[in-house]
Design a protein around this ligand. Structure first.
Ligand SMILES: Nc1ncnc2c1ncn2[C@@H]1O[C@H](COP(=O)(O)OP(=O)(O)OP(=O)(O)O)[C@@H](O)[C@H]1O
Ligand SMILES: [Mg+2]
Length: 284
């Protein structure tokens, strides 16, 4: 290779490297002016936000502010009345047909849903199936993964959530915290890019909360999964999240890094919400 060619190649590599450093990746989730109404009750009001790949987001805010609703819309469990959502650059609730956006059909929703997993406050495990079956069944049935392979992956996930030795038990033989850890493993078994957690510790006895938070901490630290988490555990949200969104009245009133939101909130509504939470004995 001539010196000139060598130099050109090197500077092209340099430019590419600089672009890589400067260009932030395109958002994995784009929520654009979403509106959701129940009758005349406007639950989400022109709500917009983006989430980058790998970002950990905590959603906080008073009861009824729309936190569960936005997660359920992302999980396609709830329809929307206006606005758009893109996941991984593709419309979630719409489909492009001949350059036009039309409402998505079930096949499109099914395909998009595979990118997202959700864990709820109540675990909804299959009561008559073992822990191992609860985690391995969906990959076998929906992804045609051979049973032996699905069970091996399920055991690895149960290991991750500290539940491997309970693989043969039924949900009724487990504590609430253990059930919730199995529910987390079950959602992870479908290998989603995005995980949604809706108050996953709020139905648990206080002494069981920490074991579930530890699993979430581990997932946050050891995986590059994108995670959105609704919680009233403010101390946990502070440590876990890259960014905190404070919801009120179906809008994001304030957002920022946890240090800013929890120690120096700018909006009066954020300040009064956090004061109330601390007053209720939840530490930050
Ligand atoms: N299926 C439904 N039918 C009618 N109204 C609903 C329905 N689901 C939610 N809502 C209303 O939507 C609003 C937002 O509810 P959402 O469950 O999203 O709040 P939230 O922020 O998750 O509250 P919480 O902290 O209590 O869980 C509330 O006013 C609620 O009453
Ligand atoms: Mg809720």
């Amino acid at each position: 290779m001539s010196d000139l060619k060598q130099e050109t190649k090197q500077s092209a590599a340099k430019v590419a490297a600089t672009m890589k450093d400067n260009d932030s990746p395109p958002p994995l989730i784009e929520v654009k002016e979403i509106t959701k109404k129940y009758g005349t009750n406007v639950v989400l009001d022109q709500l917009s936000f983006d989430v980058s790949p790998g970002e950990k987001i905590a959603l906080i805010g008073p009861s009824g502010s729309g936190k569960t609703t936005i997660l359920r819309i992302l999980m396609t469990l709830e329809t929307l009345n206006g606005g758009r959502i893109n996941i991984d650059g593709r419309p979630l609730w719409h489909k492009e047909v001949g350059g036009r956006l039309v409402e998505a059909d079930e096949a499109h929703l099914h395909e998009m849903r595979a990118k997202i997993g959700m864990v709820f406050q109540h675990f909804n495990l299959f009561p008559h199936k073992t822990v191992l079956e609860n985690v391995s069944l969906a990959p076998i049935l929906t992804k045609n993964i051979p049973r032996a392979e699905a069970e091996q992956s399920a055991m690895e996930l149960l290991e991750t959530v500290g539940m491997a030795e309970k693989a043969g038990q039924k949900p009724s033989q487990l504590s609430g915290g253990q059930k919730q850890r199995v529910a987390i493993a079950r959602a992870l078994a479908l290998k989603p890019k995005i995980m949604l957690f809706d108050e996953v510790t709020s139905a648990l006895d206080p002494e069981l909360v920490e074991e579930v938070l530890n699993v979430l901490r581990k997932l946050g630290e050891e995986t590059d999964m994108t995670m959105l988490l609704v919680t009233h555990e403010m101390g946990f949200a502070h440590d876990f999240a890259d960014r905190v969104l404070f919801f009120d009245g179906g809008k994001i009133v304030e957002q920022g890094p946890p240090d800013q939101i929890f120690t120096n909130p700018q909006e009066e509504r954020t300040q009064s919400f956090l004061k109330k939470i601390v007053g209720a004995g939840r530490t930050i």
